[in-house]
Structure formats: C-alpha cells, structure tokens
Design a protein around this ligand. Structure first.
Ligand code: ADP
Ligand code: MG
Length: 283
C-alpha cells in the first residue's frame, strides 16, 4: 500500500452491520478512510446507508440501535463500537435533521452549556468555550434568545455550536438542512464550510442540497446498498453518479469539461456560447 499523505482520523475497515429485526445488512463490507481536516460529502438514494454510516462514527450504531456488527472502526484513536456515543461526543460531535429534537434548555446560552455541565467542566472554561462556539458560528447576537423563537437556520447553528463546545475533532451532520427553507439552509452550509476552512475541523456531511457544498467538499462518497459505490473528488464523482446539483446537470448535458461546480466556473462556458464544449470533451 502507498503511504498516506496525512494520517486518517477515521478508519472504517470491512464493517458489516445489520439492524435488529432485519435480514439485509445496512452496511456491507464497508471500508472508508477520512483524513484529518477533510470535508467529506455523503450522498445517495434514500435507504442507501448514509445515516447508518454516520451513526457508526459516533457509536450510536450499534450502542443505541443494537444489531449485529463485524469489522473495525477507529475515530481519532478511539473505538466508538467499544466506548459508545456518550464518550464519543468530545471526539465526534453529531448533528441531526431536526434541531428541536436535540434541545434540552430554553435559552441559547444554557443550551450551549448543557453538555459541558454534564462533562463537569469548570465555569471559566465553559464561559470561554461558549464564546468561542458562538463566534465560530457567527451567532453571538443569539446568546440570550429563547430557542423557540429562533428560525430553523438559527436553531441548527445553535445545535452545531452546542456540539462544538466539547471540542470534537470531527463534526458529523445527518441532513442538517432537510427541514430548513433555502435561506436557512444556506446559512447552515456556509457556516460548515467556514468551520472546515478556518478551524480545520473534519466535517462529514450527508446532504441532498448539493449546489451549496459540492464546490467546497474535498471528496464525495456515493452510497449504494450499504457500500461506498463511488468515492473521489467531487468533479469525478458527479460526472458518473445519477445525483448532481442543477448547474452540474446542465454542464453534463452540454458536455462542459472540466465539469463546472459553481456559477463562477460555469460562466466561461456560458460566455463561449452553446457550441463550445470545452477542451477534451468526450461527451
Ligand atoms: P439513508 O440514510 O441513506 O436513507 P439509512 O442508513 O437510514 O439510509 O438506511 C439504510 C438501511 O437500513 C435501510 O434499508 C433502512 O431501512 C435500514 N434502517 C435504517 N434505520 C433502521 C432502524 N432503526 N431499524 C431497522 N432498519 C433500519
Ligand atoms: Mg438518512
């Protein structure tokens, strides 16, 4: 094997996992390595195993769900299968679709302090970390608000900030924008891109609004029937899989190469006119 450029922060080796009461495994001989600082986008049809894969990283699978698991998992030197989601929360922070379901307190600051209180952190550390997490998400102005008065995008950014107070090395998000309006979704996705770029946080994001994130992802994993069917750089993966944001679909139809991932990249093709297919187009 070739030496890796950076050590993997997440190693999943030949994991096969079956939920209780089901006959088909949700993950089949699944292997994946994620590098420190990587932004990994997880896509695939409903039922492909995206959520199951994310739950594996923080130990919810198999601890919370039960079932049968074989193979090995390591996240920042820890084994989530052994230690479970409680202990993993300061290593792999998890954010879900519905921010409301994760809230326990009424006011933003209290919500953010909750996990740290449980961890028994001293007050001065808690205060500093709340400030840092509010700042990282650009939500200092929300600190005193009641969570039930926030917009969906604000709630989800508070949920992310709360998870960050435990200073995890990895942030795992399972379709965090699926319940949000487009404006709110954009706020959340922009915040994630910033956390990855500015803080070097490793981000694993399962998402169906691809247009805001494909140009920022380092790699895309396309899941199919419990396996990483295609994995690689966004441009390569999007060229071969049936899912793509509208702009990329246009680019594929027009035979634009290299395939544009953003409006900025598409502009030169549009300017060149409909007859121009870019260099080396094999479409
Ligand atoms: P995705 O997130 O890509 O939609 P999931 O990981 O939720 O896929 O599901 C993968 C497979 O596991 C599907 O066949 C689904 O029905 C099954 N599954 C998911 N959650 C459970 C559960 N809690 N109990 C039993 N089967 C489940
Ligand atoms: Mg899912």
């Amino acid at each position: 094997m070739e030496p890796r450029a950076h050590p993997a922060i997440i190693s999943i080796e030949n994991v096969t996992y079956t939920y209780p009461g089901t006959s088909q495994p949700a993950l089949k001989d699944f292997s994946l390595h994620v590098e420190e600082g990587e932004f990994l986008l997880v896509v695939g049809a409903s039922g492909a195993g995206k959520s199951t894969m994310l739950r594996l990283v923080n130990g919810l699978v198999p601890h919370f769900y039960g079932g049968e698991l074989s193979g090995g998992v390591q996240v920042a030197g820890r084994d989530p299968v052994e230690v479970g989601p409680g202990e993993m929360s300061d290593t792999a922070g998890m954010v879900f679709q519905d921010p409301e379901a994760q809230f326990v307190a009424e006011v933003v600051e209290d919500e953010m302090a909750f996990a740290m209180e449980n961890a028994g952190l001293p007050l001065n550390v808690m205060r500093r970390r709340v400030e840092e997490a509010l700042h990282a998400l650009g939500i200092e102005h929300l600190r005193g608000r009641r969570v039930n008065t926030l917009s969906g995008g604000e709630k989800q950014r508070v949920a992310i900030a709360s998870v960050l107070t435990l200073q995890p090395q990895v942030l795992v998000l399972d379709e965090p924008t699926s319940q949000l309006d487009p404006q709110s979704a954009e706020e959340v996705l922009d915040a994630l891109v910033k956390l990855n770029k500015d803080l070097g946080l490793t981000v694993i994001l399962s998402e169906h609004r691809l247009e805001r994130v494909v140009q920022h992802a380092d790699r895309i994993v396309y899941m199919e029937q419990g396996r990483p069917a295609v994995i690689g750089e966004p441009r390569e993966v999007l060229a071969t899989i049936p899912l793509a944001p509208p702009l990329v679909q246009v680019g594929k139809l027009m035979g634009w190469t290299p395939l544009p991932l953003s409006i900025k990249e598409a502009r030169k093709f549009a300017r060149a006119g409909p007859g121009v297919r870019g260099q080396g187009s094999g479409v």
